[in-house]
Ligand binder design. Structure first.
Ligand code: S3P
Length: 171
């Protein structure tokens, strides 16, 4: 790839199963930037899993922690940051990303999301009922907001390299 000078963090947004972590990791490799997964950072800071945080402290407290962690990461040197699916729905986080990052929405259709989230059931939001129905509702609720991202990339069904290529072209 041509030497792209990235002076702001790249922030991947999109629903669970869109491929934010996978694509983010590969994108970071290509660009020579560190990759950070916001969910992992939240778990490290809390000393327990996201599922545990939801269960013992509730979603609202999780969202506050998520907002703090992302703000701190975006205050540092450029990284590729994979965010949890709800992060970009927070107006403060959207402002912060607009201010010091480049947002990339990994857009994916319902079937792809259902397939990709079916393997491991560690996502508290999908454990509350029928995953397809829940994901369908989240698409309705969130896609208009994700659409505010600077760059929109269609998450490809094939090998991740195809999606990474599209993201690089978008930069
Ligand atoms: C959430 C998505 C999850 C995680 C939490 C809530 C959401 O992250 O942050 O379970 O609200 O969509 P992934 O999108 O990485 O699965």
């Amino acid at each position: 790839t041509a030497a792209l000078e990235i002076d702001r963090s790249l922030v991947l947004v999109g629903l669970m199963g869109a491929g934010k972590s996978c694509i983010g990791r590969k994108l970071a490799q290509k660009l020579g930037l560190p990759f950070v997964d916001a969910d992992n950072e939240i778990e490290k800071a809390a000393g327990c899993s996201i599922a545990d945080i939801f269960e013992t402290r509730g979603e609202e407290e999780f969202r506050e922690g998520e907002r703090r962690v992302i703000a701190r990461l975006l205050d540092g040197p450029p990284i590729v940051l994979a965010t949890g699916g709800g992060a970009f729905m927070d107006p403060h986080t959207r402002e912060k990303v607009k201010e010091c990052g480049i947002s990339i929405w990994l857009r994916a259709d319902l079937d792809l999301l259902v397939r990709r989230t079916a393997k491991r059931n560690h996502r508290p939001l999908l454990n509350k009922g029928n995953p397809r129905q829940i994901l369908r509702n989240l698409i309705q609720k969130r896609y208009p907001t994700y659409n505010e991202a600077e760059i929109v990339v269609d998450s490809q069904n094939g090998p991740p390299e195809e999606t990474v290529k599209l993201a690089l072209e978008g930069l």
